[in-house]
Design a protein around this ligand. Sequence first.
Ligand SMILES: [Zn+2]
Ligand SMILES: [Zn+2]
Length: 271
Amino acid sequence: MHEQDLKCSYCQEIFKTLPTTLSPCGWVICSHHINFAEIFCPICPDNHIVLRKNCLTTKNIEIKYLKYNVKDSLEKLDVKLEDMNQIKKDPEHYVNEFFGELINKIDIQRERVKLLVDNHFDEILKKAKASQSECQNRVKSNKNFNDFEYKEFKKKVETFQKTISENQISIESLTNFKNCQADIEKCFSYINELKDSLTDSKIFNITPIKYPIDNDDLFGKLLVSDKKIAENTSQDNFINEGLKPTYSHQIFPIKINQRKVIKAKRHPTTH
Ligand SMILES: [Zn+2]
Ligand SMILES: [Zn+2]
């Protein structure tokens, strides 16, 4: 049996579904490519119409196809049996391998998350430290700061103190106190600005952690689902996929909605 006889003229692969002969041009293709009652011929350049009801199954090709399938399945079964034979000898090893792989994946994910967290904070720290050195470098050229004289301000304070030490209450003292208060405010502002100028007059802050944190979404979660249900559900997704077959890339993702809740077994109560 030549494999060439079993190749679909459209997808150029071994037939994945029953071979069908297109009418009237006679190309033999997998039947799943004809997914509507009427299609444009996928091979002939003149784009003629092919009606599904006019397509034929050629016995000769069908037999070859079925025989090939049986042979292929037998080979696969042989491999499966050998696999099971090995498992039978050491089931503990199989179970350990199975979960070993999962545990490995979990560990890798943990390392990835740690890396992400480290990278995140490394970046933030880098920015903070860069600002720190920029500010350090600017101290020398900060004229106002370098010109600041403690004694000069101390003298001002003494004059303010003098103003309030006067016991006499008069019209002037009203203006004096007002002026004095205003001058003190100016001193406050000046000193604050001077101090702020050392750190670029900017507020630096790290935003707090926002709770609740969705750990599942952030770090990934462990899903446990019934394999049979997961396979059946994903099979449905491949119906009506269009002309291009996706059968060779079938995957069976674990379904979120099939999540099994593991509950502790309750012990029967004795009366
Ligand atoms: Zn095909
Ligand atoms: Zn054709």
